[in-house]
Design a protein around this ligand. Structure first.
Ligand code: ADP
Ligand code: TYD
Length: 236
């Protein structure tokens, strides 16, 4: 990916959603996408890992809790590299083309997740993640990151409840990360707080245990301000 490709292509707006499993990212991303589409904007949504055919394969390796029975223990460095392989593919195949045509791209997780989960959770360190981000993603960052930070125990309770319901209803198993202990998730939570302090211009934090509707309104008004500032009006 050349430097020129990543920087000339930003006609749209790139927004990422971050937070622990169960923090409400997927819910809020969907609501924001619906509201922006209803207002006439072109919106592309995706998640990481996933969002491309290659990414979907990587996702099933990384998230299925049976993977390690088939493949053996996944080395933390291999997990980190697979997250970036997925990201490189979705940048080239989905994110950059969508931004080039002026769409708003809403992405459920991006490099902050690697910093929080692999960097802090697995203990690989922030420097390695940011070095890979420069090498593989040309340091391409969103204009805005919505960071949902309810109390740690609230996120974990919601994620575990949702995963049990999904497993009962569909048989899907994406629980490899949810088996981690509370120490792992405490490190992830603390790293998200650190990212928010460090990158305060990019990262907007929504803390506390507010209702879905309250958070939805706060996110929508922030995004409307950013769209106005960027001069992004709905497509005709
Ligand atoms: P994530 O994508 O961050 O893992 P989800 O959006 O899938 O989180 O939400 C996990 C569960 O918590 C879902 O069942 C969702 O309905 C519920 N949920 C999300 N946000 C809230 C909220 N603010 N208050 C109560 N429940 C919520
Ligand atoms: P996802 O379904 O997006 O999470 P959620 O439960 O919040 O809806 O699952 C993605 C999992 O992958 C999640 O546990 C976080 C993890 N992950 C990383 O460890 N590193 C990364 O770089 C990314 C993108 C995700």
């Amino acid at each position: 990916m050349s430097q020129a490709t990543t920087h000339l292509s930003r006609n749209g707006l790139f927004i990422t959603f971050e937070g622990l499993d169960g923090s409400g990212k997927t819910t809020q991303l969907r609501l924001l996408g619906d509201a922006l589409r209803a207002a006439g904007h072109r919106v592309v949504t995706l998640r990481q890992p996933g969002g491309t055919p290659l990414g979907d394969r990587i996702r099933s390796i990384l998230l299925d809790s049976h993977s390690e029975t088939d493949l053996g223990a996944i080395a933390p460095e291999a997990e980190m590299a697979l997250m970036f392989a997925d990201r490189a593919q979705s940048l080239r195949q989905v994110i950059l083309p969508a931004l080039a045509e002026g769409s708003i791209v809403l992405c459920d997780r991006y490099t902050d997740s690697s910093e929080a989960y692999q960097g802090a959770g697995r203990g690989l360190g922030t420097d390695r993640i940011l070095t890979l981000h420069r090498a593989i993603c040309n340091n391409f960052q969103p204009e805005l990151t919505v960071l949902l930070l309810p109390p740690l125990e609230v996120s974990l309770r919601r994620a575990r409840g949702r995963n049990q319901r999904t497993a009962r209803q569909t048989g899907a198993d994406e629980n490899r990360f949810e088996r981690e202990d509370d120490g792992f998730y405490t490190r992830v939570h603390e790293q998200y707080c650190e990212i928010a302090r460090r990158d305060s211009a990019r990262v907007a934090v929504f803390a506390g245990d507010s209702s879905i509707a309250t958070i939805q309104q706060l996110i929508l008004s922030l995004v409307q301000q950013r769209l106005a500032a960027a001069g992004l009006t709905p497509a005709q």
